[in-house]
Design a protein around this ligand. Sequence first.
Ligand SMILES: CC(=O)SCCNC(=O)CCNC(=O)[C@H](O)C(C)(C)COP(=O)(O)OP(=O)(O)OC[C@H]1O[C@@H](n2cnc3c(N)ncnc32)[C@H](O)[C@@H]1OP(=O)(O)O
Ligand SMILES: CC(C)C(=O)C(=O)O
Ligand SMILES: [Mg+2]
Length: 583
Amino acid sequence: MTGVTPFWNPQRPSPMPSHRYRNVFERVDVPLRERSWPDNRFTAAPLWVPVDLRDGNQALAEPMDTARKTKMFDLFVRMGYKEIEVAYPSASRTDFDFVRSLAARQAAGDLPEDVAISVFTPARPELIERTFESVAGMSNVLVHLYTATAPAWRDLVLRGSRADVKALVADAAELVAKLADRRGPDAGSMRFEFSPEVFNLTEPDYVLEVCDRVTEIWDACADRPVVHNLPATVEVATPNIYADQIEYMSRNLARREHVILSVHPHNDRGTGVACAELAVLAGAQRVEGCLFGNGERTGNVDLVTLGLNLHAQGVDPMVDFSDIDAVKAVVEECNRIEVHPRHPYGGELVYTAFSGTHQDAISKGMIHHAARAAELGVEASQAPWDVPYLPIDPADVGRSYEGVIRVNSQSGKGGMAYLLRTHYGIDLPKDFQPVFSKVVQRATDEHGREMEPKDLWELFRATYLAPGEDGAWTLAESAFTEPEPGEHRVAAVLVRADGTKAEVAGSGNGPLSALTAALAEAGVPIEVADYTQQAVTSGVDAAAACYLRCRAGGREVWGVGLDTSVLTATVRAALSAVNQMFD
Ligand SMILES: CC(=O)SCCNC(=O)CCNC(=O)[C@H](O)C(C)(C)COP(=O)(O)OP(=O)(O)OC[C@H]1O[C@@H](n2cnc3c(N)ncnc32)[C@H](O)[C@@H]1OP(=O)(O)O
Ligand SMILES: CC(C)C(=O)C(=O)O
Ligand SMILES: [Mg+2]
């Protein structure tokens, strides 16, 4: 991209001082000229590690107490996470005590043996020692050591040269190894993780050197592989750059077969998920993140989105999201932060269409899906999913179809027809849908609000059913007979709009034509252009629905009747039309 504005682009320079920031290429040059990640594909889930109880927790205005931490930890276990970062034990008594509470639970056999407990520490001897105290007696522990390695952090925060920072890390790694040895042969198993904080802004040759030194100190081997976790602590570049950085490390790390390559993207540019996904394609085997993306500033990468992105591509995420709302409720309660209604997969509105064309497509897609499941002889929940505009079946994550279509002024006929069909068992004839849709549009334009299914039903009832049931023109008495096969007669008392009565009779080749003949005799002639009768299977208290497209005096109206008997539904539909025509 050049800075020259082409003739077709009328945009002008903004008043913002963009020149103050450096392009990432000036800061990190990854010596990778050919990459394999663009051609790689997902075939299996990486190891997911939730860091909500440490990284997410450190970003909360009110950090979690033991009760909230326990609730979230138990959720992770239920969901199937096998490695959980639980605390920064040297940071606070709360964090330390929480680890001790897990130690007690582990001793009591109340923690699954295959769940590793990770604790986080900076490269400061007294804090490392405190961290080891917190996990005394525990097994299946991961000690996670970190130090920033990027130039600005070396110069401004740690105030040391490349060699100084490497020595700081090496000393800390040695202390970790020593304290682990001191636990003795009977102590439970312990593994190690190292994070060069701000990896993504660190010179590739230097970060490789630091990581390799740690690998050596911790003597990475088949029995005790080392985790190297490469964070995008502050996201600064497009995801392809991060992928290049990860592929470079994956290709060049020493004892690669004994290194578990992990990533830890944050979301400052809003591309944390893309970074994590490309990093996995580039060789990462493990991903740290938080549920719904809580974390410092714009958050850690979102493990819900990552997991369900895999699910949506046919790859098992190996973590249970089948009750997403239960997961969300715990996360919201523990973090005291609400999940946005548009949040991928878990937001309240993400399986909902308000717009007409989307609703039409979803409605058709759902009918097709049900038919396909029947054809294959499988449950709808097991049939291949191809419903337009819904990347996954909401039922996979425990959502009902209730909110999939919601009607407002942006909606069309498909949406309201879907709601009447699914909530009230009423399947409006195709030609009738645009007619009622106009009525709905008028109402939504007027009040500007959403129409819930019950509002829609009320509008339908008031517009079409009420005129046939208690409109101004009524049939006081009626007797339908069939003296000969195919010859139908009706004798009735019609009460006119002004309250006067007329005795009328009519005959025809069916009850409806007999009735229209009688109505014509009474001065309310309607010509039936279309007749649709339908069984109602659920929703309303009626077995039959009748729809009549009627004409009179150059006008056309639809009469609708519902009843347990087909004949009464037909009579009501005719009166519905009469009352709309002759009001
Ligand atoms: C990217 C990340 O998420 S990193 C994790 C960040 N998380 C947190 O900070 C939450 C918990 N932290 C805390 O509660 C506190 O910071 C504590 C208890 C750990 C330490 O508190 P304090 O001793 O008061 O130190 P403070 O927080 O000011 O830390 C700054 C000092 O640590 C040093 N430091 C920071 N990170 C590291 C590290 N990874 N390794 C070694 N030293 C470090 C700094 O250079 C600075 O040293 P200086 O005082 O010599 O200049
Ligand atoms: C893994 C640690 C150091 C971290 O949270 C980060 O760098 O974002
Ligand atoms: Mg982080």
